[in-house]
Design a protein around this ligand. Structure first.
Ligand code: ADP
Ligand code: MG
Length: 681
């Protein structure tokens, strides 16, 4: 039976060679692909009462033609056809553009059903779609498919219906009865049918519900099983670090760890000491103190005589980490080195040699760490900071420089749990959800451009107290295309405005030595105002800076704004973040509003996700997010949690591996193995 669905789509009646070719364009090769090619939305043709309609909304109305239609041409091919239609007690106007041929089809008194956009003020419906006579009930919800090339929705619908006629009976159930009845889910067969042709909203909802669960369950089974295999495969890499030394290092820190830091440190140390390879995501808001957790972990590795690498996205950050680690380890017998592309010639050779010989315990660096000529003696722990900045491959290259090293990814972009368990379903997640004591929350304000003078006056007041400020612009220099502030112009203006103060300029096009020089001056307070692009976004630490002003703030994502805001509030003084923005859209306004309302990165990221959807959240390219046909990571997150825990239980249960009703799921899972070679290596 199963084979039937894997047959080429040409087996469907009415699909010849040419059509089959065209279907490939839509990613459809087999009968099954066709059956699972679901509508991406539905149009509701349910007839409504006039009183139910809202302005500007799409609606379907039923009425009677009241008078002769009138047709007017304008331009060469354009026309406007107007018909008065009586709907209940009201006379409305129905307008068609460029549908002159319809004129002949209207006759007075005839019942018509029209669907279009409703203009409440003019009592007018603008439409493309009319059907004459009374409507059939079953037609009220129209599936809309995404089509390309030769295909129209209508043609595709026909082919899908034909496929359903021929093959619906061959559709096999995947989810066992036990689970389906537990969640009151439809049969797969019906869910597929109803998604293509729902006869009511209730049906549609049920059909979606089935597939949301199926998609999440399959996806999670894959993840959970992969994790299980990973754990079994890497059994035996146990690092017996020196507990006592690690504790005395923690005691030596200039501050006590926060509760959250303690928890995540324990989680990591347990992983390090366990025979499994660690694969862990450490998330914590900007300033929550991830670096010290990394330091403890690397120190633990060093007590076993093994090496650790800390990879960061920028040189500035690498240097900062290098400095703070050197300080933290000043009284401990740990050798730390720095490797970036600025480390050249003889120094570079020395560093590479000492990394190879094992003399170096901890190496901090940028992408320079993953160059071919970097060889480790024995790399036991790999940490990446701001992990979202690295592609999957870069992380993998570094990991491969060791023998099954433990891996820790750190990120200050808090990822909502739904996304974390989707994009990183193969990882354990540790979260620092507590800030070191005594931090003053940053006050955030949203100002329109016309308040710029007041904003600058405010900054000047802070400067006069001896504080420093960042001013962020979206662009480096003037652009013909975008009417937004650029760092070079703003720098020139502010130099003029803040006379008596040094105003520095920083952007990604400066040489790295130039950047360093500017940054060093800002650190030493030789520069008071730093005009910059987002290159300062990551990690930079200047506690005396108390103002972060962002021009054209609506152009940045919430997560990015939050990162920028995290550059201030690092010292004793009250800090401020000022967002200068005139967002046009409601969403844009809401985003600015949210920034002023919360300092909590997790809350922000959750709300950003709700506003922008999961695709935009990571930026499309390297999201690593699975694609679902029906399920939606944001709206269906509860189902995801349920499916995740079901999957985890199943993978370790005898029933799943042995009992008959689970064969469908099992077979599906085993089929996936081939596709994993890449991931498993
Ligand atoms: P992030 O998580 O953004 O990388 P950092 O590790 O840079 O944060 O820490 C931010 C600042 O907080 C640093 O100056 C660090 O020394 C300090 N810090 C870290 N942990 C604590 C703590 N438990 N108590 C007080 N200060 C801390
Ligand atoms: Mg950090």
């Amino acid at each position: 039976m199963m084979e039937q669905l894997t047959q080429p789509v040409i087996e469907v009646k009415g699909v010849g060679e040419a059509r089959a070719e065209e279907l490939i364009e839509l990613g459809i090769q087999s009968v099954e692909d066709l059956l699972l090619y679901f509508p991406y939305r539905y149009e509701d043709f349910k007839v409504k009462e006039l009183t139910e309609l809202k302005h500007d909304e799409k609606a379907t109305l039923e009425g009677k033609v009241h008078s002769e239609p009138s047709l007017r041409f304008f331009g060469r091919k354009k026309s406007r056809l107007t018909v008065k239609v009586l709907v209940g007690r009201y006379l409305i106007t129905v307008v068609f553009f460029n549908r002159a041929f319809l004129k002949k089809q209207f006759s007075i008194g005839q019942p018509v059903t029209v669907t279009g956009k409703w203009d409440q003020h003019r009592m007018t419906l603008t439409t493309q779609h009319v059907s004459f006579g009374h409507q059939e009930k079953s037609e009220t919800i129209e599936p809309i498919y995404s089509v390309k090339g030769e295909w129209t929705v209508k043609r595709l619908k026909k082919v899908i219906h034909q496929a359903l006629n021929q093959y619906a009976e061959s559709i096999q159930e995947i989810i066992p009865y036990e689970l389906k009845s537990q969640y009151k889910l439809l049969d797969r067969k019906d869910a597929i049918r109803w998604l293509h042709g729902p006869i009511s909203h209730q049906h549609l909802k049920q059909a979606r519900r089935y597939f949301v669960y199926e998609e999440f369950l399959l996806f999670q089974l894959k993840m959970q099983w992969w994790r299980k295999l990973e754990k079994e495969k890497t059994a035996g890499v146990k690092r017996a670090f020196d507990q006592e030394k690690v504790h005395s290092f923690i005691k030596s820190l200039p501050f006590p760890l926060t509760g959250a830091q303690k928890c995540v440190t324990d989680e990591i140390l347990i992983d390090l000491g366990s025979p499994y390879r660690m694969n862990r995501l450490l998330q914590g808001d900007v300033g929550s103190g991830k670096t010290v957790v990394a330091a403890i972990s690397m120190y633990a590795a060093a007590t076993t005589g093994l090496q650790s690498a800390l990879m960061v996205p920028t040189e500035i950050l690498a240097e900062q980490h290098y400095d703070s680690l050197t300080q933290l380890f000043a009284n401990f017998n740990v050798s730390v080195e720095l490797l970036t592309s600025s480390v050249k010639g003889k120094k570079r050779k020395e560093v590479l040699e000492s990394v190879m010989s094992g003399e170096v315990d901890i190496i901090v660096g940028t992408h320079a760490l993953i160059q071919d000529d970097v060889t480790f003696n024995e790399l036991a722990l790999v940490i990446t900071d701001e992990q979202h900045r690295f592609g999957v491959n870069q992380r993998k290259v570094l990991r491969k420089k060791g023998m099954n090293p433990d891996v820790l990814f750190m990120t200050a972009t808090p990822i909502p749990r739904t996304l974390a368990i989707s994009a990183f379903g193969d990882m354990d997640v540790s979260t620092i959800d507590e800030m070191p004591a005594g931090r003053k929350p940053i006050e955030t304000y949203w100002a329109k451009h016309d308040m710029l003078e007041r904003v600058l006056a405010f900054i000047e007041k802070e400067l006069s107290k001896g504080r420093q400020a960042y001013v962020i612009c979206p662009l480096i220099e003037e652009s013909d295309k975008l009417d937004v502030q650029n760092a070079i112009d703003v720098h020139a203006q502010l130099q003029h405005f803040f006379n008596g103060y040094q105003v520095g300029l920083m952007h990604g096009r400066l040489q790295s030595e130039e950047k360093e020089e500017v940054m060093a001056k800002f650190s030493k307070n030789n520069i008071q105002v730093l005009v910059s692009t987002t290159v300062v976004e990551v990690g930079v630490n200047v506690p005396n800076a108390t103002v972060m002003a962002v021009y054209d703030a609506e152009r940045f994502g919430l997560a990015q704004l939050h990162q920028l805001r995290g550059r201030v509030g690092r010292g004793e003084e009250q800090s401020y973040c000022i967002l200068i923005a005139d967002p046009k859209s409601e969403v844009g306004k809401e985003r600015m509003q949210i920034m002023t309302e919360t300092n909590d990165g997790f809350e922000l990221s959750q709300r950003d996700l709700e506003l922008r959807g999961p695709g935009d959240f990571f930026g499309k390219k390297q999201s690593g997010l699975p694609e679902f046909k029906v399920a939606d990571l944001v709206h269906d997150y509860r189902a995801l949690e349920v499916a995740r825990s079901d999957a985890a239980n199943l993978i370790y249960s005898k029933t799943f591996w042995e009992s008959d009703p689970y064969k469908g799921l099992r077979d599906w899972l085993l089929l996936q193995v081939n596709q994993w070679d890449d991931k498993l290596d």
